[in-house]
Design a protein around this ligand. Structure first.
Ligand code: ADP
Length: 183
């Protein structure tokens, strides 16, 4: 597990299932616009949470790319789910700006709700087709840029599904930390 501590905030990457992060206050859903159960992350989260999550989501939908909304976690072992809609690569532009907005808006909601720990999946890198390495750079740069402004959030975890995806995140995090500590 690659880890970085900056301004009192721990940022880490690990391999795992976003629906099985019991030590986190909140998990982020790579949502669809309708906030319905789907494939990938949205499927795993809604299956683990149970039908109450879709019910709570219904009046909040639809959401736009880059937007985030927050709900309870229902059957998940967390307090909250932050649902964020990533850009569909090649359709929603600017892809990097919209993807950055997902992470920023999710962190802002976490701050407003007094959340101390939050786990993100690699938003847009599955069905939405965003290539993993550029998506990782956008995600980590955005989070590192936000860190100095965070007061409630103390622990940010990226949960990756495959060893290859975890390696990309670990490499980019190591590069980012070189840059942060040399600056
Ligand atoms: P999007 O529609 O935003 O692309 P997906 O859910 O299709 O979202 O995929 C986003 C990323 O999450 C992909 O890299 C995929 O491999 C990964 N993923 C899928 N299921 C899980 C899970 N249960 N936990 C963590 N990551 C997951």
């Amino acid at each position: 597990m690659e880890k970085l501590r900056l301004h009192g905030v721990t940022i880490e990457c690990t391999r795992g299932d976003i629906a099985n992060q019991p030590d986190m206050d909140a998990v982020v859903n790579a949502a669809n616009a309708e906030l319905r159960i789907g494939g990938g992350v949205a499927g795993a989260i809604h299956r683990a949470a149970g039908p109450g999550l879709e019910e709570e989501c219904r009046p909040l939908a639809p959401i736009r790319p880059g937007q985030a909304v927050i709900t309870g976690a229902h059957g998940l072992p967390n307090r909250y789910v932050v649902h964020s809609l990533g850009p569909v690569f090649g359709r929603d532009e600017p892809a990097d700006g919209l993807l950055a907005a997902c992470y920023r808006n999710a962190l802002h909601l976490a701050e407003q709700s007094g959340i101390a720990s939050i786990a993100f999946p690699a938003i847009s890198t599955g069905a939405f087709g965003y290539p993993m390495e550029p998506a990782t750079r956008v995600a980590l740069k955005t989070v590192l840029d936000e860190v100095p402004r965070l007061s409630s959030v103390k622990h940010i975890r990226f949960v990756l599904f495959s060893a290859a995806d975890e390696r990309i995140h670990a490499e980019v995090l190591a590069e980012c930390s070189d840059r942060v500590f040399k600056a």
